[in-house]
Design a protein around this ligand. Structure first.
Ligand code: ZN
Length: 242
């Protein structure tokens, strides 16, 4: 794996050669830094291009050094929108999870500690189905569009998506972000039902419905790495946007 020196540390990255690309592009994924470069650009030049983005990369330190998954244990506080819920774990032969965010509790019964994280994720996904359905209802009149289907996923490179057939999807991980940030993603995807691109007209609609969207999307840019490793990896959640 090639490496680049950032702030005195060797940071590994995956280099992908793309004959169609015209520039060196950097993407942060949960697996780390991914660089795509035109076929003809020499590796030394790729290195320089990556190093020149040092400041941008250092803001995403958590992605450059992904935290090892932490075992989720009884009594742990898990982020949930603007607050948190307490995780209760008990040992049981039959796995189950009961999520009561309104009581600040997520109760999991698991045969072994390894089962806890998948059960917690499943509980968040179920809660996300309800939350995003309500959020879409709340935002639809202002945006002037309503999705005909909502799905909950865990995509690696984005937080929401929208299809030409009128369905939208959201990452369950947004339930660990401040509510404002998750709402912004809802506005963004519903606005795509009106304009299926990032044209000036699309952004004018987002501006009108969500005047503070820049701070909210900046939060996602800066803390996306934390969302990918949470819950259970402190410290968090990061402060909400200004
Ligand atoms: Zn978009």
């Amino acid at each position: 794996m090639p490496e680049v020196m950032l702030a005195g540390r060797a940071v590994p990255y995956t280099l992908v050669r793309n004959p169609r690309s015209r520039h060196v592009r950097m993407t942060l994924t949960p697996e780390g830094l991914r660089v795509s470069a035109p076929t003809r650009v020499p590796e030394a030049e790729v290195q320089r291009a990556v190093a020149s983005k040092e400041r941008w990369l250092l803001r995403h330190r958590e992605l450059l050094h992904p935290a090892a998954p932490v075992l989720l244990e009884d009594g742990m506080a898990l982020p949930f929108l603007d607050g948190e819920v307490e995780l209760g774990v008990r040992t049981a032969g039959r796995p189950s999870a009961v999520f009561r965010p309104e009581e600040g509790r997520l109760m999991v019964a698991a045969p072994s500690p390894d089962h806890v994280r998948p059960l917690v994720e499943r509980a968040y996904r179920r809660a996300a189905r309800d939350w995003f359905a309500q959020a879409c209802d709340a935002v639809a009149p202002a945006v002037g569009a309503r999705p005909n289907a909502i799905s909950i996923r865990d995509p690696r490179t984005r937080w929401g998506s929208c299809s030409a057939r009128g369905s939208v999807s959201f990452s369950w991980r947004l339930l660990m972000a401040p509510a404002r940030v998750a709402e912004y993603v809802v506005v963004h995807e519903l606005a795509h039902l009106v304009h299926l691109d990032h044209s000036a007209r699309f952004w004018a609609l987002v501006d009108a419905v969500r005047p503070a969207h820049r701070a909210e999307s900046a939060w996602l840019r800066d803390h996306g790495g934390w969302l990918w490793s949470a819950p259970g990896t402190g410290p968090g959640p990061p402060a909400p946007p200004d």
